[in-house]
Design a protein. Sequence first.
Length: 166
Amino acid sequence: MILSTNFPGKSEQLLPKEWWGKYEVVSEPKMPDKRDSVKTVKEFVTIESNRITWQGTDETKTYSLNDSLRYSVVNGQDRYLGLLMPEGLFAVFKVVRNAGSLELYSLSSDNDEIKKSDLAHYFSNVEKVKTSADEYYRVTIIEKKLDDYFKSDIPSKDATKLVPFR
């Protein structure tokens, strides 16, 4: 997992109107061979002007702009969401609109062999953090290198898709 000490761009006051609505969360299972053996759990997301509500099976979480949620547009076109994590760091997602759905691409990588030196090409203050429960990289985003990072082989190419729910 890769978490950031900062958030790219200037935080906007409203989420885009074309995003507003209810979505079903569709994500690829991490272990394809387990697809049929694990019962699928449906999750839903509701996006409003200033908050996102994520409804899972166990709990419902609401992220509000300028509190636990950030939204920005960088270079006039790239859209980012950031969720404030308990460590005071951001989980950052690039958001791409595709045929009415929203695709969320995480900074994080599926590659367990990722090295600090790989990340240092795109971020500053790269530090590997190990806690009793987790291991992750803490980075500071360099805005002008963020697009190149998402084009590289490092971040996961699997998106969490938000498909309009009717």
